[in-house]
Design a protein. Structure first.
Lengths: 476, 397
């Protein structure tokens, strides 16, 4: 049964840092193959990754009326993380924003919810494993977002869907624990195989597809991926990006890449297929998490104009290595001596609410009289003195140039030194902000930067979300 | 900007200043009692009861006038506590001067104190009101904020970074050498240029020797009507100009601002020179005590105060222009760099050096016949700050 809405746009986001498997092996005295693990930086969490993917989705004129945010690593409980995504996209107050937080199956849940009602499905995760674990080595952090809307505008449609559910212990985690526990993988395989087989066959039959062109396989159990790839082979060979890190996303060379990105996994796999699928081709999505969800999608003629700007394969091939000890520190698994400086104060509720457009959507103000741009927004113009003559000036999509810079080795930071740059934004506006994803010796006056939504720190149980800049990669 | 200046309307007739440093065994109360005691002892027959009103400057070592009235057991006198970032001590002095000039009081005291070494932290800490967590000041430390001047200055004037490093090193070297001659300074030893240049980094290219001393201390001044000054001392110090500017914060948002100047300093210097009738500061000023919180700050201040041409301060510094024997000695007492920077006391400490120099009591760093001195005190950081400039002299008129 086709869903009422189709995918009209999509984007994936992989964080830029990589932990080399060789470094893991050297530190832990274990064996590990070549490749690297995609890791979120210290200032990224599932919410910031979700924002980075969601803001890359071309929205056209229409505002998504709903955001379904799936993750297994929610930054907050008892507070809607999707609300921060909603705010960062500058959507005002209109519409639904809801979390589907729990297991990796929430990823499919978000896709199906958005497919039913329209809106944005955002799948994001930071997957943490204990040192030496398979999750640490083979997991992945990342996000993908899919905008569902008018089937006439769709780049892909869901033409069939089958879900089956079963209760068994394959992978689980008690709230508060840093990493999941797993039963013996072969028990999970035995439990999953009939479910995957049934869901896959029924969905293909429903879609009247004999053999799908592409297959996206997603499961936290790596044995399931291997067997399912044999049961449901893709007709179009998966493209192997240059230097594929082992342990990435389903959809990439099945069987060779048993990595898992939690709730984002199925989304990253689907995005990677949409990066390269041809019009008319079919995609079988098999997501085996506590049951199995099988979707059959058909790619439309609009795909060529709807592909994301930076394919998953290109994002995978990029990246910068981070030392294993630094990564452990980022995840709180290595408790390092803090600087002799006070920890930052938590952001306060009322000021953060008053400045929502600034803090979450990076919207300053611009004087209607003289054009002077104020970051943060101001009521009285610093250019001409006019009072209350301002209009909002959104800058989250605007690039800038570094005017001057420093590396602060004294400041409290989860990953010192803290690099700050004075940024002059194209078209007006200057702000002093942190530079992410860079080392001090890479910064120069005149360097081009782009905005990125990050978590500056967490204090008093409150996450301080705000914007940073990062080096522009595609502008020379 | 003041329409009417304060020239020769009030005078300093006594001062006190504790040694600056890590006073683990002294509280803010102790430092206040010691500084005020030294000041009053300089005027025979003068007691606390003779002082009609007090202005107390402290950034974070106490709130309200009670911070002074309680330890000194003042007899129900008016005490105003003021705060203006690192210009707090100057702000206490400025308000005390205006109170006398207004005719409301004949004898007042400006007192500044800071007890920084009880926090257990490196550098200054902040006490910001609850906020939205987006202000760069929340995370970026003071040395980092001032280190923004270094690459910007090099880029603006095409200065080789190595030359700039040498100039910053020279500032620290000079101020340490001066502090070595000052028994009240926190750091009283000369430091080699090599040690300064290769010190562990704090922020940007600033090493630990590029940063002012974090210290405890107190200083104070007794201020009276100009016409009464000779009743208290034969060598009063005459206040020639007081100027304070608080910036609009435009520079931090303005791409036209290039991080090689403090607009607030330029304005306060112009205003002070106008009040004092100074047309050629380089020729007329005998010594300057400036806010050398970090070495590039002193460099930029030389240009903002008119002591060097734009883009040339680094060269003048290397040429020795601002050394004790140079054409305009800057920070003869060692400055914030080696005298130390107990925030609320620093502005008054600068005046204390002028006081000593004018009286010929500056010991081994004594300058020859100084007549006119400038103090400059800065609070905040490049982009948005407050700036204070005073001029004081040995003669009225």
């Amino acid at each position: 049964m086709p869903t009422p809405k189709g995918i009209v746009a999509y984007a994936a986001h992989l964080p830029c840092h990589r932990v080399r498997h060789a470094d893991l092996a050297a530190a832990l005295g274990t064996k590990a193959g070549p490749g690297a693990r995609v890791v979120a930086s210290f200032d990224e969490d599932s919410t910031t990754l979700a924002v980075e993917a969601a803001r890359r989705v071309p929205r056209g004129a229409e505002r998504p009326q709903a955001i379904f945010f799936a993750t297994t690593s929610p930054a907050y409980l008892d507070k809607t993380n999707a609300a921060a995504v909603h705010a960062a996209l500058g959507l005002g107050t209109e519409g639904l924003a809801v979390d589907l937080a729990g297991s990796a199956r929430s990823g499919v849940g978000a896709l199906l919810a958005a497919a039913a009602t329209g809106g944005l499905a955002v799948l994001a995760d930071v997957r943490t494993g204990l040192p030496g674990s398979a999750d640490e080595r083979d997991g992945a952090d990342g996000a993908a977002a899919f905008l569902f809307g008018d089937p006439g505008q769709a780049i892909a449609e869901i033409v069939a869907r089958v879900s089956v559910t079963a209760e068994f212990l394959d992978r689980w985690r008690v709230p508060g624990e840093p990493a999941a526990r797993r039963w013996e993988e072969r028990f999970g395989l035995e439990s999953y195989l009939p479910l995957v087989t049934e869901a896959g066959r029924r969905a293909l039959k429903e879609a009247d597809v004999a053999a799908p062109d592409h297959v996206v396989l997603s499961s936290p159990n790596p044995l399931v991926i291997r067997r399912a790839a044999e049961l449901f082979p893709a007709q179009v060979p998966a493209r192997v990006p240059a230097r594929v890190p082992a342990g990435i996303v389903a959809g990439l060379p099945a069987g060779k890449a048993p990595g898992h990105a939690g709730a984002a996994d199925v989304g990253l796999g689907l995005a990677e297929v949409l990066d390269r699928a041809a019009p008319g081709e079919t995609v079988l999505v098999l997501a085996a998490v506590d049951g199995c969800d099988a979707l059959v999608l058909r790619v439309t003629d609009r795909i060529e104009r709807g592909r994301q700007a930076r394919p998953v394969s290109a994002q995978l091939a990029a990246g910068r290595a981070v030392p294993y000890a630094t990564y452990l520190t980022w995840r709180g698994l290595l408790d390092r001596e803090p600087p002799r400086r006070p920890e930052p104060e938590p952001p306060a509720g009322p000021p953060s609410a008053r400045s929502q457009a600034w803090k979450f959507a990076f919207t300053g103000s611009r004087c209607r009289g003289c054009g002077f741009v104020h970051l943060p927004p101001a009521r009285v113009c610093k250019g001409c003195g006019a009072a209350d003559e301002m209009e909002p000036h959104p800058l989250s999509g605007v690039r800038g140039t570094v005017a001057t810079f420093t590396a602060d080795r004294l400041a409290y930071s989860p990953s010192p030194p803290l690099i700050d740059v004075v940024v002059d934004f194209d078209g007006g506006g200057r702000y002093t902000m942190e530079l992410a994803d860079a080392a001090p010796d890479e910064v120069t006056i005149g360097m081009r930067v782009e905005t990125t939504f990050r978590r500056l720190h967490t204090a008093g149980g409150v996450h301080n979300y705000f914007w940073k800049v990062r080096p522009v990669e595609d502008e020379r | 900007m003041s329409a009417e200046g304060i020239k020769d309307r009030v005078a300093i007739v006594a001062m006190g200043c504790t040694r600056f440093g890590e006073h683990w065994s002294a509280s803010a109360d102790d430092l206040l009692i010691d500084a005020v005691g030294e000041c009053l002892a300089a005027v025979p027959g003068m007691g606390l009861a003779d002082v009609e009103a007090f202005w107390l400057g402290t950034l974070g070592s106490g709130q309200s006038g009670l911070t002074l009235s309680r330890p000194l057991a003042l007899d129900y006198r008016p005490v105003t506590r003021v705060e203006n970032y690192c210009a707090t001590g100057s702000e206490a002095f400025r308000n005390a001067c205006y109170a006398v000039a207004s005719g409301a009081y004949d004898r007042v005291m400006a007192v500044g104190v800071e007890k920084l070494k009880d926090s257990g932290f490196s550098g200054l800490t902040r006490m910001d009101p609850p906020g939205d967590g987006t202000a760069p000041e929340n995370t970026l430390t003071a040395p980092a904020a001032f280190s923004l001047l270094d690459p910007a200055y090099c880029a603006r004037y095409g200065v080789d970074p190595g030359d700039m490093r040498d100039a910053m090193t020279h500032v620290a070297w000079k101020n340490h050498a001066n502090g070595a001659l000052n028994p009240k300074a926190q750091f009283r030893s000369a430091v080699s240029k090599e040690k300064i240049a290769t010190a562990p980094l704090v922020a940007g290219r600033l090493g630990v020797f590029d940063c002012s001393g974090v210290s405890d201390g107190a200083a104070c001044a007794l201020i009276v009507r100009a016409e009464d000054a000779h009743l208290y001392t034969d060598r009063p110090v005459w206040v020639k100009a007081l100027s304070l500017t608080a910036g609009p914060g435009r520079a931090a948002m303005d791409a036209d601002y290039d991080y090689t100047t403090f607009p607030e300093v330029v304005r306060s210097a112009q205003d002070a020179y106008r009040q004092a009738g100074i047309t050629d500061p380089r020729a007329e000023i005998s010594l300057a005590e400036v806010h050398d919180c970090f070495t590039p700050t002193e460099l930029v201040l030389m240009e903002d105060l008119g002591f060097a041409d734009r883009g040339q301060a680094w060269r003048d510094i290397l040429d020795g222009a601002f050394e004790l024997g140079g054409r305009l000695p800057v920070n003869p007492d060692g400055g914030l760099k080696s005298f130390g920077h107990p925030v609320g006391a620093s502005g008054l400490r600068m005046l204390y050096e002028c006081w000593l120099q004018f009286r010929g009591e500056a010991g081994r760093r004594q300058l020859s016949d100084p007549r006119l001195a400038l103090t400059h005190n800065l609070g905040g950081r490049p982009g948005a700050c407050v700036s204070f400039v005073s001029l004081v002299g040995t003669e009225p008129g």
